[in-house]
Write a protein that binds this ligand. Sequence first.
Ligand code: PBG
Length: 326
Amino acid sequence: MTFPVTRLRRLRYNSVLRQMVTETKLSADDFVMPLFVCSGTNVKNHINSMPGNYQLSVELLVEECKTIYAAGVKSVLLFGIPAYKDEDGSVACEHNGIVQQAIRAIKKELKDLYVIADVCNCEYTTHGHCGTIIDGDVDNDSTLITLAKQSVSLAEAGADMIAPSDMMDGRVGVIRAQLDANGFEKIPIMAYSAKYASGFYGPFREAAESAPKFGNRATYQMNPANSNEALREVAQDIAEGADIVMVKPALSYLDVIYRVKNEFNMPVAAYNVSGEFSMLKAAAEKGWIDGPRVMMEILTSIKRAGADIIITYHAVEAANILNGKY
Ligand code: PBG
């Protein structure tokens, strides 16, 4: 049927009806809040390029987690800024590493908060690359060893989920095998499967102090122009045992989220990264856009594209809106 029998506006005249026929509904259950933990006590360093986000020492991080949980966000993703770094990132595997300490402290006070540990070397290496450097480039296979060690150590500290973000080939399989060998067969892996070499990570690198000191990440992260390759990356991670696959960043890659969801029908996570967050905040601060409105529109678009899980610095703000607290 066409006009005048069919009138698509008919379903838009009443707000109750508009709600009833809303296809995509966000919920605080969809969100994961990324957090940055650093050494020391009573440290709360504002991250200039990410308004409202901080590097927090462990005890303040726990307080922040209480606020996040109270807002209805039940999961956090932890990144560590260690007191010192080394060549191969083995600092990240220490029993008393910064994220390990943070996980233990969180679990002591908030056992129901779901804690996801990011696994990567770039915050822990002196050169800022995501793995061990051999002959001027990140060596794939030796990096797998430190990533697996880091994963087991984070699981021992009490992490609920392991999320490798390094983009080495074969890391999901090696991490799965090591987790299983150490009795952590129940710990899921959320793989950053299609992670692009993106300019949108700029503010994060300030936050995590993880910018590469030379070169870039183009030999391991994906070329932004490719999406067939993303499907191959995802297929490989699933074959190696990934439980959840991730596309990162989110906004410039909604088509990739869509393709991954349709092709594999796996739980898909999307990372609404730092640069996406900061752009919105900057424009809102200038009064050029309505910040909360655009935030909800963006988060909805990520879910509409096919993401089941949205990792976002907006998590608490969005949860507050969804729960009627604004
Ligand atoms: C570490 C990592 C990065 C991000 C998450 N994990 C940065 C990078 O790859 O350089 C970026 C997250 C963000 O921008 O919010 N490998």
